[in-house]
Design a protein around this ligand. Structure first.
Ligand SMILES: Cc1cc2nc3c(=O)[nH]c(=O)nc-3n(C[C@H](O)[C@H](O)[C@H](O)COP(=O)(O)O)c2cc1C
Length: 176
């Protein structure tokens, strides 16, 4: 049942150093690949980093003002979700509807990643606080591509309590 997995997921900030089996990473990315996206544009790419490359990446993107997130370096895997250059059709759609659907698409794909990781017994963390310019540089992205968000994955080394949420009434209204 999806609700059980959703309830089980936590932001994990302490990871064991054990490697994550490649097979599990592939299953996780496969879940992201199957995510829906506006006009089925799939405006993303996933870069799975581990080992020395991940360490070099983390050293660059979590320095200075971003150092509060330097603990993420200890995660054995960091996935960068790269937002691809928007096509002309996407630009027009965004302008007409005053929306950037790519960001919604990336949010959905990212949530597929953390939910899949949870189902496989792995810990995960969304990480938005990083130096984007440095991330783009280390990954040698093309102009108009951007690392939109990072997701750290690994074996959990902590078991946090469920974090507080607003009440159902605070976030939902029914109109009929
Ligand atoms: C888009 C996004 C960005 C986030 N960025 C960070 C981050 O940079 N550093 C961090 O420690 N947690 C980050 N988080 C985790 C949130 O703090 C966390 O989801 C929230 O406090 C609720 O806790 P829970 O995930 O355990 O339920 C981020 C979460 C999301 C969805």
């Amino acid at each position: 049942m999806i609700k059980e997995i959703v309830k089980k997921r936590r932001s994990i900030r302490k990871f064991k150093s054990d490697d994550v089996p490649l097979e599990k990473i592939k299953q996780i990315i496969e879940c992201a690949r199957l995510a829906p996206s506006a006009r089925n544009a799939q405006p993303y790419r996933f870069v799975v980093m581990s080992g020395d490359f991940k360490n070099r990446f983390a050293d660059s993107v979590f320095s200075g003002v971003y150092s509060p997130c330097s603990f993420v370096k200890k995660a054995p895997v960091i996935i960068a979700i790269v937002k691809l250059k928007p096509t002309v059709v996407m630009k027009i759609g965004n302008a007409v509807s005053h929306n950037d659907y790519s960001l919604i698409d990336i949010g959905i794909a990212g949530e597929h990643i953390v939910i899949a990781a949870t189902e496989l017994g792995l810990g995960s963390l969304w990480v938005g606080w990083f130096n984007r310019d440095k991330a783009n540089e280390v990954l040698k992205l093309k102009k108009d591509e951007n690392v939109q968000i990072l997701i750290a994955i690994g074996e959990k080394d902590e078991d946090p309590e469920e974090r507080k949420r607003k009440s159902f009434e605070d976030i939902c209204e029914f109109k009929s």
